[in-house]
Ligand binder design. Structure first.
Ligand SMILES: [Zn+2]
Length: 214
């Protein structure tokens, strides 16, 4: 069997200080360029050109569009929300919409998770408006993730996966079909199987004391 695919390789093109919208103070950044490569047996062989660039805060590990380097304190923070935060919201809403219906409990859970894992709190009406906008243009969660993966670092990918797992676990357990969705999301983000297993065991560890009491 011949195993081939593509991968994004990141390199730092510039470093300096910037005003991080998430940290809200001046921090060190790295401006990274992503180059796409054709891989054979996981070895990058043929360069396929640039797949984008992003600015990474070295403190909070948030990644941002490169325009963030011109960010001024009087500008709204929401315009420069980190890429993982945008993707984290979007994927949770896509997962919520996957079964064709939205119940109040699901909406409450997603709202809670956004404000727990994110830096930009969202009100319930803001979330409802956002859900309607995603609903008008739905797409499979892995299709969406493939598009945003070049702008995510490991921290961002892990956060997105943790939020998806938190949504899946909201009804009390993570079932097989939910795990399949999580695995296809990880694959779209070019994460290794062992990395995913590590995140899942880290997430489910919190629950162990509850099981041992039973
Ligand atoms: Zn930061």
């Amino acid at each position: 069997m011949i195993i081939f695919g593509t991968t994004g390789i990141k390199s730092t093109i510039k470093e300096g200080k910037f005003l991080c919208p998430q940290c809200a103070v001046e921090k060190t950044y790295k401006h990274k360029k992503v180059n796409k490569f054709f891989t054979l047996y996981f070895i990058p062989l043929i360069p396929l050109g640039s797949a984008g660039d992003y600015v990474e805060c070295q403190t909070c590990k948030g990644t941002f569009v490169s325009r963030v380097l011109d960010y001024k304190p009087d500008q709204g923070r929401n315009e420069f929300q980190s890429e993982y935060e945008k993707a984290m919201r979007h994927t949770m809403v896509l997962i919520m919409l996957a079964d064709g219906e939205i119940d109040e409990n699901e909406m409450d859970t997603v709202h809670l998770i956004i404000n727990k894992f994110g830096h930009n709190d969202m009100t319930r009406p803001e979330l409802e408006a956002y859900v309607s906008s995603v609903q008008r243009n739905p797409e499979p969660v892995d299709t969406y993730l493939k598009k945003v993966t070049p702008y995510l670092n490991e921290h961002g990918k892990e956060t997105i996966l943790k939020c998806a797992l938190a949504v899946a676990a909201a009804d009390g357990n993570i079932d097989k079909s939910e795990l399949e969705v999580v695995n296809s999301m990880a694959k779209a983000m070019e994460m290794s199987g062992s990395h995913v297993k590590g995140i899942i065991s880290e997430m489910t560890e919190d629950k162990k004391p509850q099981f041992s009491q039973n």
